[in-house]
Write a protein that binds this ligand. Structure first.
Ligand code: ADP
Length: 544
C-alpha cells in the first residue's frame, strides 16, 4: 500500500520562492567585485533569478545544458544559480584559483554553453576564450558602465542580459532528480572529476544544513560564507540561508582578515564558514589590530583539519563557538559536524576540546563506515584506522561521464580516499588522506595529528608533515614549519613541544623551516608539491 501524501518535488527554485514570499525584505549584502557594498533582498533576488532564467531560455539554453560560472560570492552569482537551475540547466562552478589550462579543460569537459564571470576575471576569460570550444556567449556579472574592455567574444553585461525580461517568468517543470549543479574536484590523481548535484540532493543538503546540530542556521542569523560558491556549493549556505530567511553577507573577492572582520562588524554577522587557512589570516589580523568579534557566535571550520589552538583562540579569546566539520565535493559537501553531544555537556573544557578536535558525527542522511584493504568493516573503537566510506541522498553515486568508477562499490558505498577512525559515540577522526598517510615500519602515522600539535606552538604559523624515504622504516615523518612573522623557534623548541603528546615513534625525524607552505585551489596544504620538493631529502640518521 502506498502512502497518500503529495509528490512535492524537491526543487531548489522552490527555496528562493519561499524566501521571496516569507523573507522578502531580508537583506543580501555584497562587497561587489567593482568595489562598493551593494544591498538587495530575497524578494528582488527571486525576481531577478526569473529574469536570468528567461534570458537563458531566450538564448536557447535548455534542460541539462551546462552554464559555467567563474565568480565570487555575490548576489548576482546567487541569482544566476537559481535562474540557471530554474530552467533545468546546470550551474557549473569553475574555481578561478586553478591554472588557466585546468579551467579550460574542465569547462570543455563539462561542455559549458555559456560563461558568467566577475569583472575581476575579465583578463583570465579573454585568455581562456579561444580555448573554450563549447561556450557560445559570455555574461559579465556587472552593469554596462563596468563592462570589461577585454577581448571577449559575444559578451554582454549581466544587467543588459536580464533587462526587460519578464519578472514573473515561469520556472520550467521537471523531476527532482534533474541535474542542478556541477563541481569538479581537484585532479590530484588523474583529471578532475565532476560531482553532479541534483535538485533533490541540494534541497536535502539545505535541510541538513538548517538543522540545529549541524550549521544550525536560523532566520535570526546573519551568515557570511567565506567558503566560495565554487568550493562545493558554499557548503550549502547558498540554499540554507534563503530557506530559513537568514541575512546573507557575501564577501566578494576580498577574503583577507581586515576585510572580513570589517564586514563581520558592519553587518553584525553571527555565523561564518571557511577553511583553516582563511582563519590563520583573520586571527593574525585580530591579534595585531586588537579588534574583537562582537556579534559573531559561531564559525564552521572544515575542508582541512582544524588545529586545536585555533578552536581554543576562537572560543576562549573571542567567545565564538567553533564547529569543526568534514566533507567533500562529492558529498555536496556536508559529511560530519563536530557539535557536542549531550553526554559531554558537563565535561571540563579541555576534555570538550578533545571531542571538538575530531571531525564530528554525521547528520541524518549520511551513513559512514571504515573498512580494511579487503573491504571488511572495521570496529568503531576510536583506535582502528580504516578507509572511510560513505552513503546518502546527497552523496555522489557516480562521477560526471562515468569517470573514476573505482571509487564506488557494488553496495553503493563511496570511497572518500580518507583514512579515519570512528568511535562508539559516532565521532569520526580523519587521520590522513590515504595518499598522505606515512607508513613507518608497517604502521600508520597520522600527519594531521602532528601538524595540529605543531601549530599549537606559539611561534608556529603553519605546519605540514610528509613522509620521506627511510632505508629501515620505509618512511619517516618530516615536519615542515612556517614561523609567525617576527618570531623564532628552533628544531628543539618544536620537538620539545611535541614530546609527550604523541607516541615516541611518531616524533618527526627532522624539522625544516620554510617561508611558505603551498596551498591548493581550495586552500589545503599541497602535500604533493611538498613531497616533490623534499623528494631527495636525507634524514639525519638515514645514511645507511
Ligand atoms: P578538493 O579535493 O578539491 O580540495 P574537497 O573540498 O572536496 O575538494 O576535499 C575533500 C577532502 O578534504 C576530504 O576528503 C578530506 O581529505 C579533506 N578534509 C575536509 N575537511 C576536513 C577536516 N575537517 N579535517 C581533515 N581533512 C578534511
Amino acid at each position: 500500500m502506498l502512502g497518500l501524501m503529495q509528490d512535492w518535488p524537491l526543487l531548489i527554485h522552490k527555496i528562493i520562492d519561499h524566501a521571496a514570499l516569507y523573507y522578502r525584505e531580508r537583506e543580501v549584502v555584497t562587497r561587489a567585485p567593482e568595489g562598493p557594498i551593494e544591498r538587495t533582498n530575497y524578494g528582488e533576488i527571486a525576481v531577478r533569478a526569473r529574469q536570468v532564467a528567461a534570458a537563458l531560455d531566450k538564448r536557447g539554453i535548455k534542460l541539462g545544458d551546462r552554464v559555467g560560472t567563474l565568480a565570487w560570492n555575490t548576489a548576482r552569482h546567487l541569482e544566476s544559480w537559481y535562474g540557471i537551475a530554474g530552467i533545468g540547466a546546470v550551474y557549473h562552478t569553475l574555481n578561478p584559483r586553478l591554472f588557466p589550462d585546468q579551467i579550460a579543460w574542465i569547462a570543455n569537459d563539462a561542455g559549458d554553453r555559456a560563461l558568467f564571470f566577475d569583472v575581476t576575471f575579465a583578463e583570465l576569460v579573454a585568455k581562456l576564450a579561444p580555448h573554450l570550444k563549447t561556450v557560445e556567449f559570455y555574461v559579465a556579472l556587472t552593469d554596462r558602465a563596468h563592462l570589461p574592455k577585454a577581448d571577449i567574444p559575444n559578451l554582454v553585461a549581466y544587467e543588459d542580459f536580464i533587462a526587460g525580461m519578464p519578472r514573473d517568468f515561469a520556472w520550467k517543470e521537471f523531476d527532482e532528480h534533474t541535474a542542478c549543479g556541477l563541481c569538479y574536484t581537484s585532479g590530484t590523481t588523474g583529471n578532475p572529476k565532476g560531482a553532479l548535484y541534483s535538485h533533490r540532493s541540494n534541497t536535502l543538503l539545505a535541510m541538513i544544513a538548517c538543522s540545529t546540530d549541524t550549521l544550525g542556521l536560523s532566520g535570526r542569523d546573519a551568515v557570511l560564507p567565506v567558503v566560495p560558491m565554487f568550493h562545493a556549493n558554499a557548503w550549502g549556505i547558498a540554499f540554507a540561508a534563503p530557506m530559513t530567511g537568514a541575512k546573507l553577507v557575501m564577501p566578494g573577492p576580498r577574503l583577507d582578515g581586515a576585510s572580513l572582520c570589517a564586514l563581520f562588524a558592519e553587518e553584525k554577522v553571527t555565523m561564518t564558514a571557511a577553511v583553516p587557512t582563511v582563519w590563520l589570516g583573520a586571527l593574525q589580523y585580530l591579534e595585531q589590530s586588537g579588534k574583537t568579534l562582537p556579534y559573531l557566535k559561531k564559525v564552521l571550520i572544515g575542508g582541512a583539519a582544524c588545529p586545536r589552538s585555533m578552536i581554543e583562540i576562537f572560543e576562549k579569546k573571542y567567545g565564538v563557538e567553533v564547529i569543526h566539520s568534514w566533507g567533500m565535493t562529492e558529498m555536496s559537501p556536508l559529511g560530519t559536524l563536530g557539535t557536542l553531544k549531550a553526554k559531554f555537556a558537563d565535561l571540563p573544557y579541555e576534555k570538550k576540546l578533545d571531542y571538538k578536535m575530531r571531525q564530528g558525527h554525521p547528520p541524518f542522511g549520511v551513513e559512514m563506515r571504515i573498512v580494511d584493504a579487503e573491504n571488511r568493516e572495521l570496529p568503531r573503537d576510536g583506535k582502528t584506522m580504516g578507509k572511510l566510506k560513505v552513503r546518502g541522498p546527497a552523496v555522489a553515486k557516480a562521477y560526471f561521464k562515468g569517470e573514476g568508477a573505482a571509487a564506488f562499490d557494488a553496495e553503493g558505498w563511496f570511497d572518500t580516499g580518507d583514512v579515519a577512525t570512528l568511535d562508539s559515540d559516532g565521532y569520526m577522526t580523519i587521520t590522513d588522506r590515504a595518499k598522505d598517510v606515512i607508513k613507518s615500519g608497517g604502521e600508520w602515522i597520522s600527519s594531521i595529528d602532528i601538524e595540529n600539535l605543531a601549530v599549537g606552538h606559539p611561534a608556529v604559523a603553519e605546519a605540514a608533515v610528509i613522509g620521506v624515504r627511510h632505508p629501515k622504516w620505509d618512511e619517516r615523518p618530516l615536519l615542515i614549519v612556517v614561523v609567525k612573522p617576527g618570531q623564532t623557534a628552533s628544531k628543539k623548541d618544536i620537538l620539545d613541544h611535541l614530546a609527550g603528546k604523541i607516541a615516541t615513534w611518531w616524533m618527526p625525524d627532522e624539522v625544516v623551516f620554510v617561508d611558505a607552505i603551498p596551498h591548493s585551489a581550495t586552500g589545503k596544504i599541497q602535500k604533493t608539491a611538498l613531497r616533490e620538493r623534499f623528494a631527495e631529502f636525507r634524514l639525519p640518521d638515514a645514511a645507511g
